[in-house]
Design a protein. Structure first.
Length: 365
């Protein structure tokens, strides 16, 4: 009987050890799966930066990736824009946004912000609610709050929520920290783009957007297509017109050329005054050969236009009325979606700047 009892104890102990080993293996397997998911998320983040044009689209897509890959019920990214806290992305119903964008005022999260450490809050029973909830009981039962910093400067926070109590007890927080850092990196990248989008201005004489428009809002239109043709041209005799006739006459030439081209091209094409006598047109989704044929006709028609010299009030008018027209030099190249369009325009600009001052042609590079 004693031997049987000892045998049973040994079997029980063996089963207990076996269960512990299996449990550890399952945990390791879960951790490996989470790490693989983490790597996939990072790759998706990088793809998002290249595939989506506007800042808003990029941040919203990142939030969607986090929700999908980690099977998270709710995810919200809130940023401080210098004046107020703004929800940049959220899959929570809008009626709850006011509470979510004021979490920095909640005592429970203030230490988290001050120490730059995440905060985990949860309830133990169905009838309870999280401390920051003011008008809801059933939506979220647990949450993880991550303060966001760029170069030690607090910029906002990211909060994930679940409808289940203790939902994040076993989640690998190191992976979430990596995701958080990549949210910061993406936001840092797109914040530069946001600055560019907001500094685009209308030119007084051409009534065109400045060059920055191409890299911001214009790129949203351009990147609807896999390839486009970028065209840059220069009014090569603009400086001569300003000196020989008047600056007012030069401005009138700019207005005439811009107006003619704007009326001749589709609204899907992005047309800007690039700098001084240089202008850029992005023919969205059009191949280079088709653009070259169109531009040749455009050049011929514009150079046939002549305007009357504009004489300022404080200068004497010539006895004979003089007329002047524009001479243009064009250069074209192909832009591929996902590449740096600013490098493309820089290459075209360098070509025009180094071309012979009398060159008036259409060149493909």
């Amino acid at each position: 009987m004693a031997y049987l009892l000892i045998l049973l104890v040994v079997i029980v102990l063996a089963l207990m050890i076996y269960n512990v080993v299996i449990y550890k293996r399952v945990r390791n397997f879960d951790n490996i799966n989470q790490k693989i998911t983490g790597l996939n998320v990072l790759q998706d983040f990088m793809n998002t930066i290249g595939e989506y044009s506007s800042v808003e689209e990029k941040i919203e897509k990142i939030n969607e990736i986090v929700v999908e890959k980690y099977d998270i019920k709710y995810s919200t990214i809130v940023m401080f824009d210098g004046a107020e806290y703004v929800i940049k992305a959220s899959n929570v119903q809008e009626q709850h946004w006011e509470a979510l964008r004021n979490l920095h005022n909640q005592d429970i999260f203030k230490d988290s912000i001050q120490t730059a450490t995440p905060k985990y809050v949860t309830v133990n029973h169905e009838g309870e609610r999280l401390p920051y909830q003011t008008m809801e009981f059933g939506r979220a039962k647990s949450a993880m709050f991550f303060p966001l910093y760029i170069d030690n400067i607090y910029i906002g926070y990211w909060i994930i929520e679940s409808g289940e109590p203790h939902a994040f007890d076993k989640i690998d927080t190191t992976i979430l920290e990596v995701v958080k850092e990549n949210i910061i990196s993406v936001y840092k990248t797109v914040s530069y783009q946001n600055t560019v989008e907001n500094i685009a201005r209308k030119d007084q004489f051409s009534e065109l957007n400045s060059a920055e428009y191409i890299y911001g809002k214009g790129k949203k239109t351009i990147d609807k297509y896999d390839t486009s043709t970028v065209c840059m041209f220069k009014i090569i005799n603009l400086e001569e017109i300003n000196k020989k006739y008047s600056r007012e006459t030069g401005n009138a030439i700019i207005t005439e050329v811009s107006s003619y081209i704007r009326e001749s091209i589709s609204s899907e094409y992005v047309f800007v005054r690039y700098m001084g006598p240089k202008f850029a047109i992005v023919f969205s989704g059009i191949d280079l050969q088709s653009v070259a044929e169109f531009v040749q006709d455009l050049k011929n028609n514009i150079e046939d236009i002549e305007i009357e010299e504009i004489v300022s009030d404080n200068s004497s008018k010539n006895e004979e009325t003089r007329y002047v027209g524009a001479k243009l030099n064009f250069v074209l190249t192909t832009y591929y979606k996902g590449t740096a369009i600013e490098n493309v325009t820089k290459k075209l600009e360098e070509y025009l700047d180094h071309a012979d001052k009398n060159e008036s042609d259409i060149n493909n590079i």
